[in-house]
Design a protein. Structure first.
Length: 95
């Protein structure tokens, strides 16, 4: 019987440390998720603003420059967003 209690006390700090780590990861994921979402919203607002300004002839950009700008920035932001989502919501086998 004393062996069981000793084993329980020995694993208790380990379990406490794991729980602390899980709570910290959850908080970090929440913070990073909000930051990444905010960044993506901001970036898409900038892209839409450039397109609108170009359409209203407030900003003179050629069609090829607009296409390159929209394509590359959207691909970069979307890829970054997907990478962060994979970090925030990992597969069970990756954890």
């Amino acid at each position: 019987m004393t062996n069981d209690k000793t084993d329980l006390k020995a694993t208790n700090p380990i379990l406490e440390e794991e729980l602390k780590s899980i709570k910290q990861n959850r908080l970090s994921r929440l913070i990073y998720g909000r930051i990444i979402f905010g960044f993506n919203v901001f970036w898409f607002i900038i892209i839409i603003s450039v397109v609108v300004c170009s359409g209203m002839h407030l900003l003179e950009l050629s069609d090829s420059v607009l296409i390159a700008l929209i394509t590359t920035t959207t691909a970069n932001v979307a890829t970054f967003f997907l990478i962060m989502l994979k970090y925030i919501f990992p597969n069970k086998k990756d954890v």
